[in-house]
Ligand binder design. Structure first.
Ligand SMILES: [Zn+2]
Length: 225
């Protein structure tokens, strides 16, 4: 299993990433794409069913792909999985398939990476009823400081939406996030993770090197390394 090295920029949520010197990526494979995780230095993988690409006809086959992938040591988390009120199938199907993936996460001791759009009540209710032992990471977060506090108080980690991080108005959220609970990501967009580290280190009044140490420590805690 490939691990981030001290000094690496960690990009916690990527699609279609390429290995690059000094950057460690967590590549998010979606079951409907039917791609395999390979052992490549600088890359680890998540594997899961994205709610956008889920329907009544494909969900069983996608679950069996997740079950096949989860035994691969390069696959270190389940997801992205979750809820989307703006796109995807019925809330009921989204809920069922999310819960099936949480069970896979728990049984295999691999944490969850979560996509959540306008479904925070559903997410919090699932967290309450499923009582997971594995930590959950919300990717693409762009909610209020209050919502961030609510989620992190339940033990969840947040990765802030790439576009929002780079905007000046994200500074307030970034300053109020518990530093032991956050990550940065490019989500497959044409942006540079290094620019995000520069922006956030400015917001927090620390150096890029200190921010790298902080995020590496969050990575180790999230994955129980
Ligand atoms: Zn994504």
């Amino acid at each position: 299993m490939s691990l981030p090295q001290p000094g690496d920029y960690i990009d916690i949520h990527v699609h279609g990433g390429k290995p690059a010197k000094g950057i460690f990526i967590l590549e998010s494979l979606m079951a409907h794409e039917n791609k395999m995780a390979e052992n490549i230095s600088g890359i680890a993988y998540t594997y899961g069913i994205h709610p956008w690409f889920l329907d009544e006809y494909n969900h069983k086959q996608q679950i069996s792909l997740v079950l096949n992938a989860v035994v691969n040591p390069c696959v270190i988390a389940i997801g992205e999985a979750g809820f989307d009120k703006l796109r995807g199938p019925s809330p009921d199907l989204q809920q069922r398939v999310f819960e099936e993936q949480v069970i896979i996460s728990e049984k295999n001791f691999k944490p969850m990476v979560i996509h959540c759009v306008k479904a925070w009540d559903e997410l919090l209710a699932s967290n309450k009823s499923l009582k997971p032992h594995m930590p959950w990471l919300i990717h693409g977060f762009r909610g209020s400081p209050e919502l961030a506090r609510q989620l992190t108080s339940k033990g969840m980690y947040l990765s802030v939406w790439f576009d929002y991080v780079l905007r000046p108005e994200s500074s307030d959220l970034l300053r109020t996030l518990p530093t032991e609970r956050f990550f940065l990501e490019t989500d497959g967009a044409d942006v540079d993770i290094r620019d995000m580290y520069i922006k956030v280190s400015h917001d927090l009044g620390i150096s890029v090197d200190e921010l790298k140490i902080r995020i590496l420590s969050n990575y180790k805690n999230f994955f129980n390394l």
